[in-house]
Design a protein around this ligand. Structure first.
Ligand code: KG4
Ligand code: ZN
Length: 342
């Protein structure tokens, strides 16, 4: 049986976890930085880097202590090596290198997006390749065919904003604070989605990609009219976003070779209304729908440790670089428009 220590520090969560090859999370700790970033309405990279450097080492020690294990017990140390905010990524990767060197353990440099992409397999032992993955987080919005570990075919991406970013901006417009996604979802429950007419960018188009910038601007205009209740705007925004996601996912399912399952991962996968809509879509195609438990959707280190388990045997050189950008599918054709993220 394998045991991997995972480290995550690419955005605003400092996290460590111990995961076994038989899918047990022996211990995991997450220190969120929400309080530090809240006054600014979003993640401030320098504040994030400082918080990671203060917290990571004691957090790793506490995670090992929770499991009653020392570093000698692990088979490898896996850390996010990108993509993400470079200061935070460097803190995590350099710490992992030091631990690997000191404890004579292999280092496994993990792509954060691969952590999200494989996390459903940690939760569900039945999930087999290839599966169609909707990866929706604060920085990314992609549809990928996950053909195997390290084998990803990107079918769609966003030409402007990521979906989580659109939730966060909507929250900001409505004065809901940070982080925005859960707050928008909560308020949307009290609203009427039909009360505000909002656009659904790229709906029904032949091109496969996403766009959310126009929707965000429409939310701002709806708010500025002062005609609508905030709950109605939140509900209308969430429904428009879901309609776009379902339309793009249906298009991908129609155009791709049939996968074994429709899978969602990343922070926005925590959204219950989105999950229900995706489950119905999977049903249309006779596919199982797989979504990791909520705690595995937002950033965490268990998914990084699990990606390390999937890559056990790999031993990355100690001079491997932290990467602010690191696409899962480097061969994917660039999408038109600005703001291509990874
Ligand atoms: O995966 P994640 O934790 O970090 C990134 O890698 O970006 O995703 C964070 C994003 C944020 O934009 C947050 O607002 C969004 O996921 N999010 C949600 C929900 N929970 C988190 N969006 C919609 N509904 C939610 N319940
Ligand atoms: Zn993430």
């Amino acid at each position: 049986m394998g045991l991997v220590l995972g480290i995550e520090s690419s955005c605003d969560e400092t996290a460590a976890a111990l995961v076994t090859s038989d899918r047990r999370i022996l211990a995991q700790r997450i220190a969120s930085q929400d309080d530090e970033h809240r006054p600014y309405g979003g993640v401030v990279p320098e504040i994030a880097a400082r918080a990671h450097s203060e917290r990571l080492t004691p957090l790793i020690a506490a995670t090992l202590a929770d499991a009653g294990l020392g570093l000698d017990a692990v088979d490898a140390i896996a850390a996010t090596a990108g993509p993400g905010l470079i200061g935070g990524v460097m803190v995590g990767l350099v710490t992992a290198k030091a631990l690997a060197l000191a404890a004579h353990k292999p280092l496994i440099a993990i792509n954060h997006l691969e952590g999200h992409a494989l996390s459903p397999r940690l939760a569900d032992p039945e999930l087999q390749f290839p599966y169609l993955l909707l990866l929706v987080s604060g920085g990314h919005c992609q549809i990928l065919m996950v053909e195997g570990v390290g084998r990803y075919r990107r079918l769609a991406t966003t030409i402007d904003d990521a979906l989580g970013e659109a939730f966060d901006k909507t929250a900001k417009i409505l004065g809901l604070g940070y982080p925005g996604g859960p707050a928008v979802e909560r308020l949307a429950r009290a609203g009427n989605a039909k009360a505000v007419a909002l656009p659904r960018p790229l709906l029904g188009t032949a091109e496969p990609h996403f766009s959310f910038a126009g929707l965000k601007s429409a939310v701002l205009r709806a708010k500025q009219t002062t005609l609508h209740a905030d709950a109605d705007i939140a509900a209308a925004f969430q429904q428009a976003a879901i309609d776009c996601v379902i339309d793009r996912s249906r298009r991908a399912l129609q155009s791709a070779d049939m996968p074994t399952a429709l899978v969602v991962a990343g922070g926005v996968a925590a959204n219950q209304a989105m999950r229900r809509a995706l489950e119905a879509l999977a049903g249309e195609f006779g596919l199982p729908f797989v979504a990791p438990p909520l705690a595995l959707c937002t950033d965490n280190a268990a998914m990084i440790a699990w990606a390390g388990i999937e890559r056990l045997g790999q031993n990355d050189p100690l001079d491997c670089a932290a990467r602010p950008r690191w696409p899962l599918d480097p061969d994917a054709a660039p999408a038109r428009g600005a703001g291509v993220k990874a």
